[in-house]
Design a protein around this ligand. Structure first.
Ligand code: SAM
Length: 280
């Protein structure tokens, strides 16, 4: 296993500052693993990678490896490169890799790279028929391009180019439902699912967060008592993280513009959350 290359650059370039804070990074890792259920899409991703015989995996916005690690643990003999803006997130991932020490897997992590910028993406090595994984990261790309920052549509094209002919792009992300009233309904279902998972995993959350983030544990307790607070928090988080979530039709249109076959696989119990597989 390689060591994480840590950049000296301070702060997450995306403005997603919560990911830079070591405690919040830990909270993210602990809570998201019980909310999202990263295992849900693993079987599909692993099956595709195996059938392609792809050797190289590039994971952009790898974070703490919640999505990547179970994929790596189901594969053998692949070269994995995970890149993220946040050194705090990457160091949690590196710890997990060091504890795991999977045989035949070469895993490198790199932190401090703003993956929204044209220059950073241009410097990535193409995989020539490999797998590109982008889990809950494309949402940080804006809809409109700017001289330095790639728009979502441009990034999608870069992802396809990076995977190369015969490769695959795997994108895990939520979309907005239409009309708005329907989205509101689905968001409240999502919120209920999140609170249910907090409640089911409360003992584990308590033992993990008690020392490191007692304030966050209080927040979780309040959310369990008053699940309606979830929607306020969710919206605030979206705004501060600068996320741009597209309506389903707009997302499908962007994918259609690529002119490549694609499939969208819904999450087993989170409405509006999909694995999109693009054949390159
Ligand atoms: C919601 S987390 C998802 C992490 C991981 N892919 C997973 O599925 O668990 C988003 C990750 O994207 C990273 N990120 C956000 N904006 C970024 C940027 N502009 N450049 C690089 N990484 C960024 C954050 O640091 C964070 O680790």
């Amino acid at each position: 296993m390689g060591n994480a290359e840590q950049s000296t650059r301070a702060g997450n370039p995306s403005g997603a500052a919560e990911f830079d804070n070591p405690t919040l990074a830990l909270v993210y890792d602990l809570t998201q693993s019980c909310v999202i259920d990263p295992g849900c899409f693993v079987e599909t991703i692993v099956r595709e990678i195996r059938s392609l015989r792809a050797r190289r995996i590039l994971d952009l916005g790898c974070g703490t490896g919640l999505q990547a690690l179970p994929v790596l643990q189901s594969l053998d003999a692949v070269e994995y490169l995970g890149i993220d803006g946040s050194a705090a997130m990457v160091s949690i991932f590196q710890r997990k890799l060091d504890e795991w020490q999977g045989q035949g897997i070469s895993a490198q992590l790199r932190a401090g790279v703003d993956l929204r910028t044209r220059s950073a993406v241009a410097s990535l090595d193409p995989l020539h028929g490999g797998a590109v994984l982008v889990s809950q990261f494309l949402q940080y790309h804006p809809v409109e391009p700017s001289p330095e920052i790639l728009a979502k549509s441009e990034m999608l094209q870069r992802l396809v180019d990076l995977a190369g002919g015969g490769g695959r792009v795997f994108i895990i992300e939520d979309v907005m439902d239409e009309p708005e009233s329907s989205h509101a309904l689905l968001s409240s279902q999502w919120d209920r699912a999140v609170v249910t998972r907090y409640r089911e995993n409360l003992d584990q959350l308590r033992s993990s967060l008690d020392q490191v983030a007692p304030r966050y544990l209080d927040v979780i307790g309040k959310l369990i008592e008053r699940p309606a607070l979830m929607s306020t928090m969710r919206e605030r988080r979206r705004r501060t993280r600068g996320e741009t979530i597209l309506p389903l039709s707009a997302w499908q249109k962007l994918l259609g513009n690529l002119d490549r076959p694609f499939r969208m696989i819904p999450h087993r119990d989170l409405a509006n959350f999909y694995l999109t597989v693009i054949e390159c």
